[in-house]
Structure formats: structure tokens, C-alpha cells
Ligand binder design. Structure first.
Ligand code: NAP
Length: 299
């Protein structure tokens, strides 16, 4: 239970609504900024304006998955406009207060160091990334279906990287009857791929595996699908790049060659905001419980 804790939510999309509901369920004192246009506003919360006084009172501040940008702007699609975190607002956050986000940009990290609040980035956690790989894989599948005129069944798919996202994606595609090749850089991953019934190859040899591909899914966050690779792909190949921006594809050259290449960021929030929200909500509440127990132990 989160009884007695004041949690301030600053903006966020449909995922945040799940987090808010969970915190209410666990008896936290919930205050919302940037949710005044939310239909069916949950009962037992207070809508507030963004102010230093409000932030001073917070034990916990929850920002959206993408946090604030480097100008301090927080997207608040359910509010009357975006929120702006000015320096004096960061300054008002109590030392030792917890500030949660998915992934922080440099301003937020800097403010945390400067003003002594504890920044916790949930997407850093392995468990969150693994759970999140499920809606990501489903989103990638949706994009593949929308952008091809063939079935996934019997198609030849290359998945680059079998980390948290690539593994789930390869398994999902395999479940639909696709032929899976996976690009890895470590022998242990090649062995794991073989166990799974996928055809492994080393990413350094990617050029040798470019013939006869229907779909390439990239999860490697570095330039990997280069112009040289793209020049060898069949014209029908569709590239779906899941790696964080700017992705790992030479999009300019793909367009020049007439190969469809799509950067697909933020899929969990697009295809399954409720599930993605529940994943964040569970982890956040577990983390808060741990953090406050830890403090109790230390005192
Ligand atoms: P991850 O678990 O770290 O997996 C990354 C994979 O890429 C690992 O297999 C890693 O191999 C491999 N890799 C990295 N650099 C490589 C290189 N130079 N050559 C060959 N292989 C390389 O990460 P993840 O959680 O799966 O996320 C992957 C990417 O997807 C990230 O950019 C993440 O931000 C993004 N993402 C996007 C969405 C979306 O909605 N589009 C959702 C979730 C994640 P090693 O193990 O050998 O390092």
C-alpha cells in the first residue's frame, strides 16, 4: 500500500492513466497536473496547476515515459497544453524525493544531480524492457502486415539483434510460421538462436544473407542496414526499424532505391497503451514500495 505518500503526476498519455489508477488503488494521495481534459477523471484525485508549492509537497513525482525534453517541455495530451518545467520548479523538488520517468534526457539528469532528487528510469530495468517487448513485437507485426502484400506465414524474416526485443519478436514471427534468420554478434547468441529453431548468422556477414528476404526487423541501435546492404536487397523487402532514433538504417538510400523502410518508435504506447501502462504501473509501485522500505531500514 502507498498510504500516506503524495504522488504528483506531470502529464503523460493513456499509459499514465493506468499508473494513476493503480496508485489510487494503493491508497496514495494523488495529484494530477495536465489531466484536466481527461474524460472520466478517476475519483479521489486533485487536479492542480504546476507550481513550486505543489512539487515541494511531493514524495514522488511521476513524469511521462519520455520525461521532459531538454527545454523542460512535458507533453500533456489530456491537459490544456504542454507543461513547462522551469529551473525554479526543479529547484522546488525536495531533496531525496523520487522522480520517475521511462527514459530521461540530459536536462532531467542534470537537474537531478544539481537539486538532489532521485531520478529513476523505469525503462532501464530489464524486467520492464522484457515485458515491453511483447507489445513492441505485436506493433512490429502490425506494421509488417500493413506494409506487405504477403502473409507472415512462410515469409522470410531477418531479425537483427536478439536482445530483449529481438528475441520476443523472432519468437512471435516464428509462431505465425515465418522462416527466421537472426543476426547476432556473439557465438552464445548464435547457439541460443539455433536452439530456438532460427537460422543464426553473424551481423558482420549480413551482406551474405540479403538475398530472398521479405522483411528485416532491426533492433540494433547502430547503423547496420547500410547503403551497401540495401543495394543487395530484393526490391520487395520491407525494413522495419525498431531501434531508438535515428535507427540503424540508411533511410535516405532505401528511399532512393525504392525500398520501403520505416522507423517505428514507441510501439507499446501506440498499439497497447493499456498493457504498456499496466507494465509501468506494476513496476513503479513495486519500486516505490522497495524504495520506501529501504529508507525505513536505513533509519
Ligand atoms: P537489448 O536487449 O540491449 O538488445 C540489443 C541487441 O542489439 C543485442 O542483441 C545486442 O547484442 C545487439 N547489438 C548492439 N550493438 C550491436 C552491434 N554493433 N552489432 C551487432 N549487434 C549489436 O535492447 P532492446 O531492449 O532489445 O532494445 C533494442 C532497441 O529497440 C533499443 O534501441 C530500444 O530503445 C528500442 N526499442 C524500441 C521500441 C519501439 O517501440 N520501437 C520498443 C522497445 C525498445 P549484444 O547482446 O551482443 O550487445
Amino acid at each position: 500500500m502507498l498510504t500516506g505518500l503524495t504522488i504528483v503526476f506531470l502529464g503523460g498519455d493513456a499509459r499514465q492513466v493506468e499508473v494513476i489508477n493503480k496508485c489510487i488503488e494503493l491508497d496514495a494521495l494523488v495529484r494530477l497536473v495536465g489531466f484536466d481534459k481527461l474524460e472520466n477523471s478517476p475519483s479521489g484525485v486533485r487536479h492542480e496547476a504546476l507550481s513550486s508549492v505543489l512539487l515541494q509537497e511531493a514524495d514522488i513525482i511521476v513524469m511521462p515515459v519520455i520525461g521532459c525534453d531538454d527545454n523542460g517541455i512535458i507533453a500533456a495530451p489530456f491537459g490544456s497544453g504542454d507543461l513547462v518545467m522551469k529551473q525554479e520548479l526543479f529547484m522546488a523538488i525536495r531533496e531525496g524525493a523520487l522522480v520517475y520517468t521511462g527514459m530521461a534526457k540530459s536536462l532531467l539528469r542534470r537537474m537531478s544531480t544539481e537539486y538532489g532528487f532521485r531520478l529513476i528510469e523505469l525503462l532501464d530495468r530489464d524486467d520492464v524492457a522484457i515485458y515491453n517487448s511483447i507489445p513492441t513485437a505485436e506493433g512490429a507485426l502490425m506494421m509488417a502486415i500493413q506494409n506487405t502484400d504477403i502473409t507472415i506465414h512462410d515469409s522470410t524474416c531477418v531479425v537483427l539483434g536478439i536482445g530483449r526485443t529481438g528475441f520476443t519478436l523472432a519468437k512471435t514471427l516464428q509462431g505465425l510460421g515465418a522462416k527466421i534468420r537472426v543476426g547476432v554478434r556473439r557465438e552464445a547468441d548464435a547457439a541460443r538462436a539455433a536452439v530456438m529453431g532460427w537460422e543464426p548468422f553473424m551481423t558482420r556477414d549480413l551482406t551474405a544473407y540479403t538475398s530472398d528476404i521479405d522483411l528485416i526487423f532491426n533492433t540494433i541501435p547502430t547503423m547496420i542496414i547500410t547503403a551497401q546492404i540495401i543495394s543487395k536487397l530484393p526490391r520487395r523487402t520491407v525494413i522495419i526499424d525498431l531501434a531508438s532514433a535515428p535507427g540503424g538504417t540508411d533511410f535516405r538510400f532505401a528511399e532512393k532505391r525504392g525500398i520501403k523502410a520505416l522507423l517505428a518508435p514507441g510501439l507499446p504506447g501506440i498499439v497497447a497503451p493499456k498493457t504498456a501502462g499496466i507494465i509501468i504501473a506494476n513496476t513503479l509501485c513495486q519500486s516505490i514500495t522497495e524504495e520506501f522500505h529501504l529508507r525505513g531500514d536505513e533509519e
